[in-house]
Design a protein around this ligand. Structure first.
Ligand code: TA6
Length: 287
């Protein structure tokens, strides 16, 4: 059976409830086959569990949950830029992870739930932004996140972005990222480039951009296997702050680096869009 709800009506549903915790509001999806939690702040998927499995996503125990900064964990959306801003005073990774998002469409069947979410920006920002954005999250025995950007201006516009997924893994020392051998890897820390040879092991602070638009990674961690797919990307970012940086970051558990790995579908080079055109970046995950 298909349930479809439209914007303005979406508060409660057989599979959807809304809760408040301090200043933050969460959407909870409880389906017979899976569960998920999405924060309206950031439009950020924070938790996804398929049929009695442990959480697929890592969320810091010390994440700030008062809306003053992006929530550390889950799947923050970096948009309309990835990394530091070229303009002073603008925060890293853009506006989307700091905006309030609303569900504007909700479809459910006995096998899957699809949500469309849209961010709300200030009037001043809306005047300045040349694009609109929406996110479609599809939950089933797998997970898919799609980010669609449309150029709503009358000039060419460009942006960068990432679906900054924090994956929960058993032990970083027993984890490797397969599938990217032969791709060019730019190390953001050493500013060096090399060609990936075999599996990528993450055994210290890692901030790497693997340049590929068609290869996809598989994260293998002890008995775990996370298959990551995608479309519309120009690179895959791999990040782990390791212990010293984790300790410095007040919202990152000191030992959290052992149980997480960010593997992000990204456009680290500008995507150029003609007026009226749209681009969709997708990350899909199955375990
Ligand atoms: O995706 C990797 C990265 O851009 C790193 O450079 C690192 O800073 C990380 O994201 C986290 O950024 P944040 O602004 O959330 O602390």
């Amino acid at each position: 059976m298909l349930f479809a709800l439209n914007v303005g009506m979406i508060m409660e549903h057989k599979y959807l409830t809304v809760s408040n915790d301090g200043p933050l509001t969460y959407y909870h999806i409880r389906h017979s086959n899976f569960e998920a939690k999405i924060s309206k702040f950031g439009g950020q998927l924070l938790s996804f569990k398929a049929s009695n499995q442990k959480d697929w996503l890592w969320l810091s125990n010390s994440a700030v949950k008062d809306g003053s900064k992006a929530i550390r964990g889950g799947v923050p959306i970096c948009w309309p830029w990835f990394g530091p801003s070229s303009e002073p005073d603008l925060s890293q990774h853009g506006y989307a992870r700091l905006a309030q998002w609303e569900i504007t469409e909700f479809d459910a069947t006995e096998d899957l739930v699809t949500l469309r979410l849209e961010p709300t920006f200030s009037e001043a920002l809306n005047k300045k932004l040349r694009y609109s954005l929406h996110q479609t999250i599809t939950l089933s025995d797998r997970l898919e996140i799609a980010l669609t950007t449309t150029n709503i201006s009358d000039e060419e516009a460009s942006f960068t972005q990432a679906i900054h997924s924090y994956f929960s893994i058993q032990d970083i020392f027993e984890t490797e990222v397969m599938g990217l051998s032969g791709c060019e890897l730019y190390d953001q820390l050493s500013k060096q480039t090399h060609i990936v040879d075999g599996a990528i092991k993450v055994l210290n602070h890692t901030d790497a951009i693997v340049r590929t638009n068609d290869r996809t990674p598989i994260v293998i961690s002890e008995n775990d296997r996370i298959e990551i797919g995608g479309n519309g990307f120009d690179s895959i970012v791999i990040w782990n702050p390791w212990q010293a940086l984790a300790t410095e970051m007040s919202d990152f558990d000191d030992n959290g680096y052992r149980n997480m790995l960010c593997v992000e579908m990204a456009n680290t080079q500008p995507v150029r869009l003609a007026p009226g055109k749209s681009h969709t970046l997708t990350q899909s995950i199955c375990r």
